[in-house]
Design a protein around this ligand. Structure first.
Ligand SMILES: Nc1ncnc2c1ncn2[C@@H]1O[C@H](COP(=O)(O)OP(=O)(O)OP(=O)(O)O)[C@@H](O)[C@H]1O
Length: 581
């Protein structure tokens, strides 16, 4: 948790600084509205007194007209305040949302592995939305309320100090109570946000796995978990709300006492002939008006508690640092890149190592086939190469440079990967193939797909490159998605490519087409192919067999294939590919 002082207004002000012009205008409008609010009861006071003295009708009509004009002006100003307040809040909170998303996208996989996307949405959007009212009007309303309170009290002291003293006592007591219990609901609100994030995480996770949930008859169990999470949101929400409204409840009680006292005093003054009927109305009206800024302060206090819980969670997220420290090196040699692992060990958590002292070398342009049983650590090697995780020990070099010294954009410009799970985004086929890169022309895309022998697949799509794909990949079969991913990575012209089970979901005929594409891709760069089917590895130069995170065998494919005592050779001869499955 960030230190308490860092939750101060200065953190909030950094987001308001870019909109300070609008904030100033907002404040000005609020002050003008406040001043006008003070004027109208004075007009009514004159109106009542003149009517009481049987004054001229024209004078009364002028006062009524003035009252009406001011009332309309107050409404117009109020609309402008609401508009401007929301505008300021939208701009400031969007800045926070953008900052949070950018930060979250840079956090390492160890962080993301334990957070569901639903939970992240709640943190990036939900928590910030909680702050938006606070951002919109907090400063403006607090200032406006204090000005209105001061205006009423100062005016009253000129008129009648005993009544003014009662009003002041009520105001000071209300503000003190609110200040004393201002943080009462913060922790409870934070618990509410947490429960809500967990609920969203649950919904997202289940919807993402809808096929499995339905196929396994898991809907009732899911609903059961959903209701439990929902109940937690309700209980934490109710508690947070009750604690947040406490300051408001206290002021309501104080207000009732104050109104009674002011009315009693005013009526006595009127009956003694010290004040007119209009002034009696004015006192009553100002007492009523006192309640408004105090209620405003109470409301803002509630917003403050909600916002503070959101701020804490937001600051907490922003204070997390990615384990992946970026290097400065931008340069890598032209053409295919060499790869070397020197004594690399790695575990996703401290007590379970999944790679032990892995060392091997690939020259530029060499192709490595990586085989091993499920869970032997093949994908972990590719994740380390792409710096999705840091190795615990050892050095990984690409093109002779330690990847920890490379900037991440420099690494991703030259290294491509096709995984078993292909991510599609909501957009056209073109957007998805180029990953929204407008510099790639249609000719280039079509030439590439032609070259890969995948053009017929694109032509078969209803609107060619303009065909719309939906995110989640439901608009493509698993095999199509793999062909698609291969084209996507081909377009980036990588110098090192990692193919993680590129043909695991293809039928034999499509696999043959894909093999040609893979061979073409590998002819241009260094490649690492992770495969369960040995036939996928017919054209690689080297083979590495992994067993429980250690290299069991590494050597030239031809040499290993012709050696019946080698593990790879034995697998080929007995054709026991299922051993790898
Ligand atoms: N995100 C993760 N968090 C914790 N452990 C993980 C994570 N991903 C993988 N593991 C564990 O690391 C080990 C190696 O996994 P890895 O994915 O590298 O294996 P693999 O050889 O690629 O398997 P497969 O052939 O099934 O793809 C396994 O024991 C696995 O349970």
């Amino acid at each position: 948790m960030p230190p308490k002082s860092s939750l101060s207004m200065s953190w909030m002000l950094q987001y308001l600084r870019p909109v300070k012009g609008r904030m100033a205008l907002l404040l000005l409008l609020l002050l003008a509205t406040t001043a006008l609010q003070l004027v109208n009861p004075l007009i009514v006071q004159r109106f009542i007194d003149r009517a009481n003295e049987s004054g001229a009708l024209s004078g009364l009509l002028t006062l009524a007209g003035l009252y009406l004009a001011i009332a309309v002006l107050i409404q117009l100003f109020t609309i402008s305040v609401v508009y401007l307040g929301n505008d300021v809040s939208w701009r400031a909170t969007n800045r926070i949302r953008g900052g949070l998303l950018k930060h979250a996208l840079r956090l390492d996989m160890k962080f993301h592995n334990v957070k569901t996307p639903g939970e992240m949405i709640e943190r990036i959007d939900g928590d910030v939305t909680h702050m938006s009212n606070f951002f919109a009007l907090f400063i403006a309303k607090i200032v406006g309320s204090f000005v209105l309170l001061a205006g009423i009290l100062v005016y009253m002291f000129f008129y009648d100090w005993p009544i003014a003293a009662v009003m002041t006592a009520f105001t000071v007591a209300s503000i003190c109570v609110m200040y004393a219990i201002r943080d009462m609901g913060v922790n409870a609100s934070q618990a509410e946000r947490q429960a809500s994030a967990a609920l969203f995480g649950l919904i997202e996770e289940r919807i993402a796995g809808i096929e499995d949930v339905q196929a396994n008859g898991g809907v009732p169990r899911l609903m059961n978990r959903y209701h439990r999470a929902m109940r937690k949101v309700f209980l934490t929400g109710r508690r947070a709300w009750m604690l947040r409204v406490m300051p408001w409840n206290v002021t309501v009680v104080l207000f009732t006492v104050a109104v009674t006292a002011v009315l009693l005093l005013s009526v006595r003054q009127y009956l003694n002939g010290h004040i007119t009927l209009g002034t009696l109305f004015l006192f009553f009206q100002y007492t009523q008006m006192l309640n408004e800024p105090i209620e405003q302060l109470g409301d803002q206090m509630q917003e403050f508690q909600k916002a503070k819980s959101g701020m804490r969670r937001t600051r907490e997220l922003l204070s997390l640092r990615s384990e992946i420290k970026e290097g400065q090196e931008e340069w890598l040699p032209e053409g295919p890149l060499s790869v070397s692992f020197e004594g690399v060990s790695f575990g996703y958590n401290e007590d379970h190592r999944v790679l032990h002292d892995v060392s091997f070398e690939l020259k530029p342009g060499e192709r490595l086939g990586l085989v091993g049983r499920t869970g032997s650590g093949k994908s972990s090697i590719s994740r380390l190469l792409l710096r999705l995780y840091n190795s615990d020990r050892g050095v990984i070099r690409i093109g002779g440079t330690d990847i920890r010294n490379l900037s991440l954009p420099a690494l991703y410009r030259r290294v491509g990967m096709v995984t078993q799970d292909v991510q599609l985004f909501d957009g056209t086929l073109r957007d998805n193939l180029t990953l929204f890169n407008p510099n790639l022309t249609d000719e280039e895309i079509l030439r590439t797909t032609e070259q890969l022998g995948l053009r017929s697949w694109i032509d078969a799509m209803p609107a060619g490159l303009d065909s719309r794909l939906s995110s989640g990949g439901s608009s493509l079969s698993a095999g199509e998605a793999q062909l698609f991913a291969l084209t996507r990575v081909f377009l980036t012209k990588p110098s090192l490519i990692i193919l993680d089970e590129p043909s695991s979901r293809l039928d034999a005929a499509t696999e043959a087409a894909l093999q040609t594409a893979v061979d073409q891709l590998l002819a241009q760069c260094t490649g690492i192919v992770i495969a369960h089917r040995l036939s996928t590895l017919d054209n690689v130069d080297k083979i590495m067999v992994l067993r429980q995170g250690r290299i069991a065998e590494f050597g030239s494919r031809e040499a290993l294939a012709s050696d019946p005592t080698s593990e790879y050779g034995r697998l080929l001869i007995t054709n026991r590919e299922e051993e790898l499955a």
